[in-house]
Design a protein around this ligand. Structure first.
Ligand SMILES: Cc1ncc(COP(=O)(O)O)c(C=O)c1O
Length: 349
């Protein structure tokens, strides 16, 4: 039984390595989620006096660990803003490179506005300078193909419970050969127990304690489903429905959309607001009156909302379209938002 369980873990490691086009499955380490992986990357690659470049698209799982290092550990951080369409410009990174830049870290696809960032171009610039390049694929993994080689990426952090269709409590990172991440914890690895320090070699270097075997098995099932369905089919289905939703919402007077004009470099995430209504109220009405579940608020990405000017109104109402969403769901969502917007208009006279 133990060997069988171990096999599930190792097979999932191999499967994920293939999925991201890594070369050595031992360099695929499991963690609790992407926040855990990103913390290991950030604290294991930066030290006092180092400089990091990131973006205003990031989730708090990057913003906060970097902020802590900046506040308490003498690390300097630059945030590259996005343009009116929701994309960062690779040239802006180039302008910020310094002698002590030790990491560039970018959110591959925004969890607020859905824009896919030009990581290949940013990665190319980083390679030219010899600066390690990490991406957060929490939103993009399982939605679009991710080829680390093609994208010039050195490290990726992923989470299992979103579009990889696994359960909560499982995630991980892949670290390309030649990239060093110090271990910032120590503990049991299940092997070579007599060694006093935490093991140096991968995957043990970044894995601590008993593995989440159940989570890994669940993730394995999700990956198998995705492989069978095909990422291009999933993305095609999701973007067809996202376009339908965007077109429907755009026609409603009193609804504002954010960065949704051109969906060609987007994943299936769509933020909006009913004018004059706080996002949380839109979400509550959709939930209670229409049985439609969306995410509202700042989405753990406060800098995105700062730039969109939506902080004061407490964020946005964000629709997420998945492989199991149907045209009927989209039609129902458009009708619901239309009715909510009408109600709001009547209320505000
Ligand atoms: C872009 C992005 N990064 C990181 C995370 C954090 O994921 P987790 O909570 O699984 O660590 C999220 C979750 O919403 C996300 O959207």
């Amino acid at each position: 039984m133990c060997l069988e369980a171990g096999e599930v873990v190792e097979n999932t490691r191999k499967m994920l390595t293939r999925f991201f086009n890594g070369t050595d499955s031992n360099r695929l380490c499991f963690s609790y989620n992407s926040t855990d992986a990103l913390n290991m990357i950030i604290s294991g690659m930066l030290k006092k006096g180092d400089h990091a470049i990131t973006t205003t698209i990031e989730h708090n799982s990057v913003i906060r660990p970097l902020y802590h290092l900046a506040k308490f550990n003498g690390v300097e951080v630059d945030h590259i803003p996005f343009n009116s369409k929701g994309f960062v410009d690779p040239e802006d990174f180039k302008k910020k490179f310094k002698k002590n830049t030790r990491i560039v870290i970018v959110n591959h696809a925004s969890n607020v506005i859905g824009t896919i960032q030009p990581v290949k171009e940013i990665g190319k610039l980083c390679r030219e300078k010899g600066i390690p390049f990490a991406i957060d694929v929490s939103q993009s993994a399982g939605k679009i193909p991710i080829d680390m080689e093609e994208l010039n990426v050195d490290v990726i952090a992923f989470t299992g419970h979103k579009s990889l269709l696994g359960p909560t409590g499982i995630g991980g990172l892949y670290v390309r050969e030649g990239i060093e991440i110090r271990h910032t914890r120590a503990g049991g690895t299940g092997v070579r127990s007599a060694v006093k320090t935490h093991l140096y070699e991968y995957p043990y270097r970044l894995e601590y304690g008993t593995a989440n075997t159940l989570g890994i098995a669940g993730l394995h099932a999700g990956l198998k489903w995705i492989e069978k369905k095909g990422l291009n089919n999933i993305h095609g289905h999701e973007m067809k429905l996202t376009t339908m939703l965007r077109d429907g919402l755009k026609k409603i007077k009193g609804v504002t959309l954010y960065c949704q004009d051109d969906l060609s470099d987007h994943i299936s995430i769509l933020p909006c607001n009913v004018d004059g209504m706080e996002a949380i109220n839109t979400g509550t009405l959709l939930d209670v009156d229409y049985n439609i579940a969306i995410r509202t608020g700042l989405h753990c990405a406060p800098l995105v909302h700062e730039q969109l000017g939506t902080t004061e109104i407490h964020g946005a109402a964000r629709f997420g379209i998945g492989p199991f969403t149907t045209e009927e769901h989209i039609t129902a969502a458009i009708t619901a938002v239309e009715e909510i917007a009408d109600m709001q208009k009547k209320k505000s006279g």
